[in-house]
Design a binder for this molecule. Structure first.
Ligand code: IVH
Length: 677
């Protein structure tokens, strides 16, 4: 400690320089999609600034990037009045209703001679928020609330990296930016996986997850959620004449704007655009529930004005609900690899927007009870943000007499052991470590594409191996021989040889994937990658103390505890030892990603599914060659790697003239070998 109370000029200058540099990196990363430093370099800059501001608090500015870290919990949210009310939109369904809306508009404008131009934007399904900037600096952010008064959630919104703390080039005075906080489907899937592992209730859809994330009293929780932002309204700027210009201006200032907006000069073009997105909505990694149509000319907007509830100059073209009605045949309870019991509704097959649905996820007992789903019920199912469809509601009037309320079984449906619901968890668990169902799921996880990728080891084979007692743990897989395999159902000479060859290959997937494959609780793909970067081998990880684990970026106490618990168990240490004896690679090979690799400085975007690579493996291959993978296509993208069923990113690449690689070209580029991970 020194006795100085005011910051020396060098510190102030350094803080300013750091802030500028960090802001620029943020902009390059989030807006331009062209980062120029690694995450680690970025974190080092941020850390230096946090330390400077902690040492000399007067250096902390409201727009400092450090304010994104998240602060102490609040008791309640302060209320704020919106200077311009946040109203909602009127809805139309289908082209006919849209035409009727247009006719009303034209009548209200006295049938103008010059035709109207429209702006069509995707209707992002999230939580709308309003951001107030004074002289370009974010001073407040609020939820919509009742439209007149919202909740001040500024500390939370500051933690969302896509929300700019400063607008680059905004005029002096007050400017308001409105838009949608949302969560991607993939972000939600990862979050839910973690929540279920932790025994917490999963979110039913991305919108609930986004709303839950923003309305947290503890902003550190918001900071840990994968929240994103798209801006669509700009208020308080005099020299704007069109909504399309407002969107461009927002983007110029560093606000993420959904790239799929379009200016339409004819009504037919507008309708075609709506229908196109109705078809394509599932190709996006975020949910949209319609297209918002706005009159482009702001003067005409002003002329049309507002009703008490919504603007007359805009409307939401809502997609038809993707729902269907069917019957619940039974409620099946399965046991996962960590022993968690999951109820699933088995349905009479029904078609929902072109896909046959026969299962619906029910997550846990509380969820089944909340919805009160019973075997025999008629239910409405919907394809929401998750891959597995959800039950929206039960049609109670059609419930058969005597339908029984659901309860979790008292004994494990696979092994008959006692089922417990640990204190504070929503999940029920079977605690028997040698439960055949858990074992089968552990084998499948180990054999999965993101882990050891053992071709041919699927559900039926795993079941047989476990039932016949041929495999009692992961290491037993490597003791299987040709003759034993030949004794199994539907196993010929060739498939037995192929399986043995696949098992052999699986031994050299590298430390990260092996670690992930072990299925340690809370050690998903990302955590395994962080651990494998920090520790060179399984031995080093095994020897790491809780403190050493927690010192790793991205590893919290929960993960540290779980890793320690895993290695404290004699049977797990023995398992790892046996895997080692069988030649499974448990060390990190080679050096970290070469800074000057063949793809150094190049940016890639992945879309669709590749046959020979999981997303993680494709990313690892690019990174190992020095390249970078980002989420969205821009002019700066060097190439888009497109697999089967590519999404809108491919269209975007074509639009921008970005190189597109198919799987064969990609394989050639990164080399076919396995990546050092
Ligand atoms: S404009 C008065 N544009 O839809 C006009 N809204 O019911 C204000 N939304 O509360 C909204 N994407 O949460 C607009 N591109 C978009 C939008 C959008 C999603 C949401 C917003 C609003 C609701 C309208």
């Amino acid at each position: 400690m020194t006795d100085r109370t005011t910051a020396p000029p060098e510190a102030a200058a350094r803080a300013r320089a750091l802030r500028r540099e960090i802001d620029e990196h943020n902009r390059r990363y989030h807006v331009l999609d062209a980062p120029s430093v690694s995450d680690a370099e970025f974190d080092a800059l941020l850390r230096e600034l946090v330390e400077l501001e902690a040492r000399w608090p007067e250096l902390a500015a409201p727009d400092s990037p450090t304010s994104r870290v998240g602060g102490a919990p609040l008791d309640v949210f302060p209320r704020v009045e919106h200077s311009v009310p946040m109203l909602s939109l009127d809805n139309v369904y289908g082209a006919e209703e849209l035409a009727a809306w247009r006719d009303r508009l034209l009548r209200a404008l006295g049938e103008p001679e010059t035709p109207l131009d429209w702006v069509a934007e995707l209707k992002i399904d999230g939580l709308s928020i309003s951001l107030v900037y004074e002289d370009g600096v974010l001073v407040r952010g609020a939820t919509r609330g009742d439209g007149t008064t919202g909740e001040d959630v500024t500390p939370n919104l500051r933690t969302i990296r896509e929300i700019p703390l400063r607008l680059d080039g905004a005029p002096a005075g007050r400017v308001i930016v409105r838009g949608e906080v949302y969560m991607t489907r993939s972000g939600l899937a990862r979050l839910n996986e973690e929540r279920e592992e932790a025994g917490e209730a999963p979110f039913a859809n991305p919108r609930n997850a986004a709303a839950g994330g923003v309305r947290q009293l503890d902003s550190r929780i918001t900071a840990s959620r994968p929240l994103r932002f798209f801006g669509y309204t700009l208020l308080g700027v005099d020299d704007l004449d069109r909504q399309s210009r407002a969107l461009e201006r927002l983007a110029e200032w560093g606000v993420p704007v959904n790239p799929e907006w379009r200016r339409c000069e004819s009504f037919d073009e507008l309708v075609a655009h709506c229908l196109e997105w109705q078809e394509r909505r599932h190709s996006l990694d975020y949910e949209i529930d319609g297209v918002v149509i706005k009159v482009d000319d702001l003067e005409r907007q002003a002329e049309l004005g507002w009703t008490s509830k919504h603007p007359r100059w805009a409307v939401a073209y809502k997609f038809p609900a993707e729902e269907a009605t069917t019957k619940v045949v039974s409620i099946l309870v399965t046991v996962g690899r960590t022993g968690k019991l999951t109820p699933t509704a088995v349905l009479e097959p029904v078609e929902v927007s072109g896909v046959t649905v026969q299962m619906a996820g029910l997550h846990n007992e509380d969820e089944v009870r909340r919805k009160d789903v019973r075997a025999g019920d008629t239910v409405v199912v919907a394809r929401g943000g998750e891959v597995i469809p959800q039950i929206v509601r039960v049609v109670k009037e059609e419930r058969p007499r005597g339908a029984r309320r659901f309860s979790m079984p008292k004994r494990c449906p696979a092994c008959g052991s006692e089922v417990v619901r640990p204190e504070g968890e929503v999940a029920h668990r079977c605690l028997n470590a040698s439960c055949p169902s858990q074992l089968r799921e552990r084998l499948l996880h180990w054999a999965g594409r993101g882990a050891m990728d053992v071709d041919g080891l699927g559900d039926k084979l795993a079941r047989q191996l476990v039932e016949r007692g041929l495999v009692r743990d992961l290491a037993d897989l490597y003791e299987l021989d040709h003759a034993t395999l030949m004794g199994l159902e539907r196993m010929g000479n060739l498939s037995a040889s192929n399986l043995l060859a696949a098992l052999e290959r699986s031994k050299s997937r590298g430390f990260r994937r092996t670690l992930y494959g072990l299925g340690i609780r809370f050690v998903g793909d990302t955590v395994a990658a962080a651990l494998a970067r920090a520790f060179p081998s399984m031995r080093a990880l095994e020897a790491a103390s809780r403190e050493e684990l927690e010192a790793v970026e991205g590893i919290g106490p929960r993960v540290a505890e779980s890793v320690r618990e895993f290695f404290e168990r004699e049977e797990n240490r023995r398992l790892v030892e046996r895997l080692r004896e069988h030649g499974v690679e448990l060390e990190r090979k080679g050096a970290p990603a070469p800074a000057g690799g063949p793809l150094a400085g190049q940016t890639f975007v992945l879309t669709g599914s590749l046959e020979g690579y999981t997303r993680g493996a494709a990313r690892a291959a690019i990174e190992a060659a020095g390249g970078r993978v980002t989420g969205s296509v821009s002019k700066k993208t060097d190439a888009v790697v497109a697999g089967a069923e590519p999404g809108s990113k491919l269209d975007r690449a074509r639009e921008l003239g970005v190189t597109v690689l198919d799987e064969a070209a990609f394989r050639e580029l990164v080399g076919d070998g396995h990546v050092a991970d």
